[in-house]
Every structure is written in structure tokens, then in C-alpha cells.
Ligand binder design. Structure first.
Ligand SMILES: N[C@@H](CCC(=O)N[C@@H](CSS)C(=O)NCC(=O)O)C(=O)O
Length: 282
């Protein structure tokens, strides 16, 4: 099991000549000359009890340093907000990829501790939030943006957030896949409106069609991995490389125990993690 940690990078991108180096398993490009192009600040953060990854992204070259958190966990909200403060960022969104069944989201707590932050979830999730996103929507933070792609199957309302396309956006692209695609795996499809058929189709049409070098960041990892790519998963994912019928049979025979917190987490996460309080708009 990995302990709580974060690792980080700045990703600069511009049409100018770039140099590359390896950061763990991630290739990151830096321009060789200074530039006023948007600069992505990126942190991958870990919550060890549920093996959940939270992601912090910010436009560090914008005067306000606007930032967002993807899939924050209630237990690590104070750590995450401390980091946001230390880095001088202005947190504007606390987003979920879906209604989690194994932990309580930190979005409600964040709204209480950092007024002005807006919670975000897909409209299809049927949950409360300040902002409801749909496939094709763009979520701007400064001059950077995330695109919303529908990746149902683990739950009906699962979405993947993908960094924008274009020379003024991070290269390679990055996709935050929630529980749709895990590294060498995928989310289970046996509860919360899950469907192996939907998962297979949505991953193949919405994730595997991204450029092959797109970096894939899941909401969980149970084996010590941090990041993968479209190319890697299309070659080595032991479930999603199979034909659809074999995939369905694999998913029907996973026989995983129910997540320990499911009965508490799902109702709480439908109201931003605050089961007894309204998730009020700011
Ligand atoms: N043991 C954990 C739950 C583990 C689990 O079911 N993980 C989910 C994602 S969180 S709902 C999953 O989809 N796993 C797929 C797999 O192949 O492991 C707990 O009790 O919380």
C-alpha cells in the first residue's frame, strides 16, 4: 500500500522547441525559452484508506492562479486546502467524476471551508452540486480547460475530464478517468446502475479514441501505479483489450466484496458528502 503522498510538476506548453524528461512514469515537456503561454500546475494526491487519487490542477501563469480539485476525499480536505494555500492558488471548483461508493467526497467540506468554491458533478449522476456538467461541456480555469466526456458503466453518471485540445493546452493531453478506467483494470459494474456493456462501449469510444500518448489518471489504484497512457491500456489492459463478450463475462465473475462504506458513502455523496445538510450554492 502506498502512503499519503503527492508528486507534482509544472507542465509548460507552447509551439516552441521543447525538452523532455521523465517524472516517475510521466513524460513532461518544458519550453526552452520563457513564454507567456498558460502553465499547468499539477499535483497527484493520495488517500491511503480508500486508495483514492485526488488531482489538483491550476493555471499558474494566470494572475489569479485559478485551480480545481478532482475527486477530493473528506479525510484529506485539510491537507489539500493547505497545499492550495501554500501554492497561492485560488480554488474555484471541487469536482467529482461520479458518486463514489467507497469513501465520502470532500466537496461539501471544501465549500464550507473555502467559500466561493463551486461543486461540480455530472447531471446524469442525479446528485446535488452547484454546477452540473454534460458531455461536451468545457470547464475553464484561467486559460486552461477540461472537456467532459461521458464514460458510464461503473455508474450511470460517470464522466472523464480531459485537458483541452490545442497548442495552448497541455501536451500530451491528460484524462482523469474516475473509476471508468483503472490502470490495467476498470471500475466494477455490479452496483449503482452499472453496466459492463456501457463501460466497454464508453471506454472504447471516449478514452481509447484520445491520442495514444494521452496520460490517464484514475481515481484509484490498488497496486502502486500512478499513471498510464491510452497506448499502454490498449495493449495491456487485461479486461478492456478483450472482445465485448469476454469483457462482460470477466466483469460478471469478479466476485468483489461490496465496498465497506457503500451504505454511508452513496447517500452522502448524493449531497456533496454532507448527508444531513443541504449542499447550498455559494
Ligand atoms: N475494498 C474497497 C473497494 C474496492 C472496490 O470495489 N473498488 C472499486 C472502485 S471504488 S467503488 C472498483 O471498481 N474496483 C474494481 C476492481 O477491479 O478492483 C472498499 O471496501 O472500499
Amino acid at each position: 500500500m502506498i502512503g499519503s503522498f503527492s508528486f507534482a510538476c509544472f507542465i509548460c506548453f507552447s509551439p516552441k522547441q521543447t525538452i523532455s524528461f521523465a517524472l516517475r512514469s510521466t513524460m513532461v515537456s518544458f519550453p526552452t525559452s520563457s513564454s507567456s503561454s498558460p502553465k499547468l500546475l499539477f499535483r497527484q494526491l493520495f488517500e491511503k484508506e480508500s486508495s483514492t487519487y485526488t488531482y489538483l490542477l491550476a493555471d499558474f501563469s494566470h494572475p489569479d492562479k485559478p485551480a480545481l480539485l478532482i475527486d477530493p476525499v473528506d479525510k484529506t480536505v485539510d491537507r489539500d486546502l493547505r497545499l492550495v494555500k501554500e501554492l497561492g492558488l485560488k480554488l474555484i471548483y471541487a469536482m467529482n467524476t461520479h458518486v463514489h461508493a467507497d469513501h465520502i467526497t470532500g466537496t461539501g467540506l471544501i465549500k464550507g471551508k473555502a467559500p466561493g468554491v463551486k461543486s461540480v458533478i455530472s447531471k446524469a449522476s442525479g446528485s446535488k452540486a452547484d454546477v452540473f456538467v454534460e458531455p461536451g461541456d468545457k470547464i475553464f480555469f484561467g486559460n486552461l480547460f477540461l472537456e467532459v466526456r461521458a464514460t458510464p458503466g461503473h455508474t450511470l453518471g460517470c464522466v472523464t475530464y480531459v485537458t483541452g485540445e490545442g497548442l495552448d493546452q497541455p501536451q500530451p493531453r491528460m484524462a482523469f478517468t474516475g473509476d471508468a478506467l483503472l490502470i490495467r483494470g476498470c471500475g466494477r459494474t455490479d452496483f449503482q446502475g452499472g453496466s459492463s456493456e456501457q463501460l466497454y462501449k464508453s471506454v472504447h469510444s471516449q478514452i481509447f479514441t484520445l491520442p495514444k500518448d494521452t496520460l490517464l489518471y484514475p481515481a484509484h489504484d490498488y497496486k502502486g501505479f500512478a499513471v498510464t497512457t491510452v497506448a499502454e491500456e490498449m495493449l495491456y489492459n487485461p479486461r478492456l483489450t478483450k472482445d465485448e463478450e469476454t469483457f462482460k463475462s470477466i466483469m460478471e465473475n469478479l466476485n468483489l466484496p461490496k465496498p465497506k462504506m457503500i451504505d454511508v458513502a452513496v447517500p452522502a455523496n448524493r449531497v456533496c458528502g454532507l448527508q444531513d445538510l443541504e449542499c447550498k450554492a455559494s
